[in-house]
Design a protein around this ligand. Sequence first.
Ligand code: ASP
Ligand code: MG
Length: 412
Amino acid sequence: MKEGEEVGLIVQKFGGTSVGSVERILNVAECVKEEKRRGNNVVVVVSAMGKTTDQLVSLAKEISSEPSKREMDMLLTTGEQTTIALLAMALNQKGFEAESFTGWQAGIITEPVHGNARITKINTDAIESKLSKGKIVIVAGFQGITEEGAITTLGRGGSDTTAVALAAALNADRCDIYTDVTGVFTTDPRYVKNARKLHDISYDEMLELANLGAGVLHPRAVEFAKNYQVQLEVRSSMEKIEGTVIKEEAVVEQNLIVRGVAFEDEITRVTVLGLTNSLTSLSTIFTTLAEHHINVDIIIQSITEAETTNLSFSIKTEDLNTTLKVLEEHKALLNYEGIDAENHLSKVSIVGSGMISNPGVAAKMFEVLAEKQIQVKMVSTSEIKVSVVVNEVDMIKAVEALHDSFGLSESK
Ligand code: ASP
Ligand code: MG
């Protein structure tokens, strides 16, 4: 920091693995210290240590198969509360002034939904008052409070969203997401050895990838970043190397049309057989499913002159039992003959902004899959992605073939 330059504000977020032990927390404290030493104000957002959240979920399940959502939020928010206190102590120990804040102390207000609440407002006064005194502010990720005073959580992986939302509200110069990988990859490097780290990627591409199963960032965090133009960087908390920058317009390497391949398993196809062909049959079915919180993804329906038709849609396998129950309970209203369901399916998607202006991407995708003898069961497209549903056993084979064929495996 040179003299006369304004003090910057950086939001840093550290995920569960990065704060998984005392040793790692001390390492995080070093990382925070460095940013502070550069002359910046620092707000740190942390997740629960290691697998804490999973362990808390298991504990609750030992007591009840359907615990109250209010109490679940009460329980899960303790995970992050542990980390903030320990990190503040670590920084104090190193001679830095740091104070920890729960989500509600930090003024993070959410809608009144337990387990998956959206942030509606942030009152930044408490944080700003500490920053103005030169203190490092540490905020528990993944949690907030409703206007009525109920404690809520933002959905699994939601600490990313806390960090980006704070960066937006505080008008931070940057939001750095420190994690256990070195950046955003062309596909998951744990499964595909040719996966390459991207230098940068656009908000839109990242949003598709996050929604299509790339676990590296919480989709709502990317949404916030795009809406408020927060410059994001995903980087490693262990290795001091450049990460991946997420911004409005990415520099497209080698004119690649496809920038990433995402995948997700545990998908189920449900087909409603002999559905009476009426103007309202589709709206009745999907309204009924939505009322029971079943998230339907790909829908396949063709219009014929016949009296009845078949309708297929995909869901997460975990929602199958509820889906079957709801369809059965409303059989008379929905007016169909039977149901067929197929499990052990996966969704494989290719994503890239270049698709908007380059026709033939889907055609090439089908050609590549056919060459590998991979059967495509369902298809869906948007401006910048094509998704196919395939058998689970073919998932990685499909990802590898697409990753190679669209030029993602080649080094720069
Ligand atoms: N601890 C929460 C989870 O495991 C939130 C997060 O880490 O982002 O999902
Ligand atoms: Mg995460």
